[in-house]
Design a protein around this ligand. Structure first.
Ligand code: ZN
Length: 247
């Protein structure tokens, strides 16, 4: 694992970069896919934009510490936190330039973003910021001393979006590991006497996430799945070997 305080100048290229608003977002929405891709040999990273400083439980320092523990479960090669203000994320020039600078250095082929609509403004703001930064990162003259890079593929993690996914990744073999990653956030999901709607108990979280993963798994005929949306069409070269049974 890298040093979480390393300067961006020292970043090494990754295959996949997931950008999320809050620590523990990727653990809920695309962590199983990140684990599965790491098992296949890809180098993956996560950039969390805020440290969750508006949360009523824990401190930003603790959330970042917990996110580094979760990173071990997710088999990440890199995880960093920009510590932008939680619940007040803004899509402005400075934010886009910072994010584009990270993308130019990490040179991911695939970027995973939150789905572009949702209840929490930080989530759709992060989605929009991420997309615009990917575009900017490809402009040669943005920074003279760092070569341009535009990711080939942008995937939107749509687990909480209630939209039909473009595809679902089978995470049956990674589900338990993803759960362990999420439960690394003991300040958020530890069992306490004060479990409520806002802070569900450990057991409640496990049941909820298992039901959601079962729902998406069911769409492709496997136990657990994670859904994604892409804006472009999916290409198929061999219609005889397409997965997922129709009837
Ligand atoms: Zn979030």
């Amino acid at each position: 694992m890298h040093d979480p305080n390393e300067p961006f100048e020292n970043l090494r290229p990754l295959d996949i970069l997931a950008i999320a608003a809050h620590p523990d977002d990727v653990e809920q929405t695309c962590g199983g896919t990140l684990i599965r891709m790491a098992e296949m040999g890809y180098r993956n990273g996560v950039l969390d934009l805020t440290a969750g400083d508006m949360g009523s439980r824990g401190t930003p320092e603790l959330r970042i510490q917990e996110s580094q523990a979760a990173a071990q479960h997710l088999l990440l090669s890199w995880r960093q936190n920009l510590r932008w203000p939680d619940a007040r994320l803004e899509n402005n020039v400075a934010a886009r330039m910072t994010l584009a600078g990270v993308i130019r250095r990490i040179r991911p082929g695939v970027v995973i973003l939150p789905y572009w609509t949702g209840r929490h403004p930080d989530h759709y703001r992060a989605s929009e910021l991420g997309y615009e930064a990917c575009f900017l990162a490809g402009l040669r003259r943005l920074e003279e001393d760092v070569p341009p890079h535009r990711p080939f593929k942008i995937l939107y993690s749509s687990l909480y979006a209630n939209v039909t996914p473009s595809f679902v990744v089978d995470i049956s073999g990674q589900f338990e590991r993803r759960m362990a990653a999420l439960l690394s956030y003991t300040s958020q999901y530890g069992d306490t006497d004060t479990a409520s709607d806002l802070f569900p108990s450990h057991r409640e979280v496990e049941e909820r996430l298992a039901s959601i993963a079962r729902f998406y798994g069911n769409l492709i005929g496997v136990k657990y799945g994670e859904p994604f949306v892409v804006k472009e069409a999916m290409q198929v070269d061999d219609i005889v070997s397409m997965p997922v049974r129709s009837i």
